[in-house]
Design a protein around this ligand. Structure first.
Ligand code: FES
Ligand SMILES: [Fe+2]
Length: 450
């Protein structure tokens, strides 16, 4: 079965149906690893994780382990975590600092700029045969450092990260930037890593803006786990969206998100009622952001997915999550929690506790979501189940393009972002060229405002 035949049959956007095969079949999974994860820009980490020379963080791209590190000159690299001799993982730690990655197997060693430096018994066993310059760690050819975040692509022909994101950049900025509107300035205060029995796309799709699944979180809303301590729908996050116009937006390159456009006259709505110092911090940030960004400050993000597998919570609980594929029916989630690096310690501490209540394997809201993804995977594996496609018909044709929000915008809940995601997904599996994959995009709001 070629990918082209497969996607022709499986993804029917005209009728809004998608075969369950793409969530369970080893053939699709193999095609994803070979044709999608080798080309798309993937999130690999954040600069705050490797601030000093020789700092490293072991990340992943698709199924493969990669080392994100900073060399002695301060340059950032991403290397395949596999020795050139017999393929052993050269780094088996999660993060740290080292001038040399010494392979545990036969002790070949590599510097943090990737060069093969040490080969035991070189003179007697390899002299005249092995040219060390030709056997460095395999380096990812495309790297983008964007407002602290680090992205990589294995495709030398990939468009720039900024072109790949298009108008979705403006939404991503709101995750990466300080709460008072300064660009960048975040730090990762912790990462949750956990494996769960679901296809990775169920998770990626959820964060495209599936607001239809709110009933899944009813118990969380009743308990009131949010930073305000209040109960009721949306109390699980914060109160700053009060009075905003919700929107759902898709981008030609497959990204999708939901957020709110606030009225021009919005004032701060207190959230951190039990922590006056924290509330004061966010009150200050709210007005400072408004002063800095002007019209742009009206845009508040909720959640989004940067194609294919990086998802974010834009305001609270502020984080970037990567859904690493393990197999058709197994995924490893990594959620990176972000705070303003220069926020007071009390702010960071309150946020850290809230992040853990909400997200990750023990987080109450993420547990609700995971339960859906893993049962959807399990219940789609059967022979009979696989004969019946899934329904993606919600709000077909509801997009509008005359809004001040960048991208293609819907003002009602829609599965258009998912349809768009799978259109682009099919494009990768069919080996589409980059022009077709990233499509035309409209200028970001910031350009329009200038
Ligand atoms: S596998 Fe790394 S030194 Fe042999
Ligand atoms: Fe959810």
């Amino acid at each position: 079965m070629t990918a082209s035949q497969a996607t022709d049959r499986a993804i029917d956007l005209e009728h809004g149906t998608i075969s369950r095969e793409i969530f369970v079949s080893p053939d699709y999974y193999r095609a994803e690893l070979e044709k999608l994860f080798t080309r798309a820009w993937l999130f690999v980490g954040h600069e705050s994780q490797i601030p000093n020379p020789n700092d490293f963080f072991v990340s992943r791209m698709g199924e493969e382990s990669v080392i994100l590190c900073r060399d002695p000159q301060g340059k950032v690299h991403v290397f395949l975590n596999s020795c050139r001799h017999r393929g052993m993982k050269v780094c088996r730690y999660e993060q740290g600092n080292t001038p040399l990655f010494v392979c545990p197997y036969h002790s070949w060693s590599y510097t943090t700029d990737g060069k093969l430096q040490g080969v035991p018994l070189y003179r007697s066993l390899y002299e005249g045969t092995l040219n060390r310059d030709q056997w460095p760690l395999i380096e990812v050819p495309r790297l983008a450092l964007y407002r602290g975040s680090i992205w990589a692509s294995w495709d030398p022909q990939a468009p720039s990260f900024e072109s790949y994101l298009g108008s979705a950049l403006e939404h991503l900025d709101q995750v990466l930037d300080c709460r008072d509107g300064r660009p960048g300035g975040a730090e990762v205060i912790g990462i949750h890593k956990w494996v769960f029995p679901s296809n990775w796309k169920f998770a990626a799709e959820n964060f495209l803006g599936d607001s239809y699944h709110n009933p899944s979180h009813r118990s969380v809303d009743m308990v009131g786990i949010g930073p305000s301590g209040q109960r009721g729908q949306s109390s699980r996050r914060d109160n700053e969206y009060t009075g905003g116009q919700r929107f759902w937006v898709g981008h030609p390159a497959g990204h999708g998100m939901t957020g709110a456009l606030m009225p021009e006259s919005t004032e701060y709505v207190a959230t951190y009622l039990q922590h006056p110092a924290v509330d004061e911090y966010f009150r200050h940030c709210f007005y400072e952001r408004k002063r800095r960004l002007g019209e742009q400050a009206r845009l508040l993000p909720l959640v989004g997915t940067i194609f294919p597998n990086a998802a974010y919570h834009g305001r609270q609980p502020r984080s970037i999550c990567v859904w690493h594929p393990h197999s058709p029916t197994e995924t490893e989630g990594w959620r990176f929690f972000l705070v303003d690096a220069d926020a007071p310690a009390e702010v960071k501490d309150v946020l850290r506790r809230y992040y853990m209540r909400y997200s990750g394997p023990a987080g109450m809201t993420e547990q609700d979501d995971m339960e859906n993804w893993l049962y959807a995977t399990a219940a789609s594996k059967g022979t009979i189940a696989r004969r019946y496609p899934l329904n993606y018909q919600m709000s077909m044709g509801a997009y509008r393009t005359d809004d001040p929000i960048p991208g293609d915008v819907s003002l009602q809940i829609t599965e258009q972002m998912a349809r768009n995601f799978y259109r682009v997904y099919a494009g990768y599996l069919d080996g589409g060229d980059w022009d077709a994959l990233i499509g035309p995009d409209r200028a970001p709001l910031r350009a329009a405002a200038e």
